[in-house]
Design a protein around this ligand. Structure first.
Ligand code: DX5
Ligand code: ZN
Length: 232
């Protein structure tokens, strides 16, 4: 899963799609150039919102060949991991706060042949992942509090992204550094500069009239504005 900040992976989040047309919405972002499909699974308990479960993931599997990136915002997560794996999720990411044994959870995900991810809430320190790097494929930094799309990007998390970049580089491991929440064409350049290699975007893709340019705008941030110079 080697990635490169000069060509970041873009993972549209279905949370901002039209839920009455999910299959069509999935096909549309695949055609528009998405790299992964991000699926936000919420239980109304770990986070104050409810979305969908393995049955919907399984139904969507028929509509795309993109890697399906399941972000579990459910507690406990362990009893449902096999169901999401069997439904066709390719990556399964969990919050350390969602269970007592993060190492065991990651082992379980890996044992099912899936990529294992750890998600850090804004208040969760990087130490939560330091001792499980050897069984982690993805680290996701939340740049909003999980539960809802369309929230404002928390710039306070940029230093965490940079610290994780350093940690991953020092480890020499092949770990994708994802950022989730408030990602837009405006915030993407600073996120990529901090070292992220995968951008998750709900509103910035599904809220746009045309998905392909919206995805491209995240991948290739617009050049800086020309400096105003003195006339003459
Ligand atoms: C929030 C979810 C995000 C959400 C991001 O809990 O994890 O994936 O869809 O939405 P935007 O991109 O609108 O901030
Ligand atoms: Zn998410």
């Amino acid at each position: 899963m080697k990635t490169d900040s000069t060509r970041p992976l873009i993972a549209p989040s279905l949370l901002a799609a039209d839920f009455a047309r999910l299959g069509e919405e999935v096909r549309a972002v695949e055609q528009a150039g998405a790299d992964w499909l991000h699926l936000d699974i919420m239980d109304g308990h770990f986070v104050p919102n409810i979305t969908f479960g393995p049955l919907v993931v399984k139904a969507l599997r028929q509509h795309t060949s993109l890697p399906m990136d399941a972000h579990l915002m459910i507690a406990p997560a362990d009893p449902y991991i096999v169901a999401f794996a069997e439904a066709g999720a390719d990556h399964i990411s969990v919050h350390p706060e969602a269970g007592p044994h993060l190492h065991r959870t990651l082992q379980l995900i890996r044992s099912l042949g899936k990529k294992a991810g750890v998600v850090l809430n804004p208040a969760t320190p990087i130490e939560a992942v330091v001792n499980v790097l050897d069984i982690t494929d993805i680290i996701m930094v939340m740049t909003v509090n999980p539960g809802f799309g369309g929230q404002a990007f928390l710039a306070s998390q940029l230093s965490k992204i940079a610290a994780l970049r350093q940690l991953i580089d020092d480890s020499g491991r092949d770990i994708v550094l994802q950022v989730d929440g408030g990602v837009t064409a405006k915030t993407a350049p600073q996120i990529l500069a901090a070292g992220a290699t995968c951008l998750i975007a709900g509103t910035a893709v599904y809220g746009a009239p045309d998905y392909a340019p919206a995805i491209q705008a995240l991948r290739t941030p617009p050049p800086p504005r020309p400096q105003l110079t003195e006339a003459g």
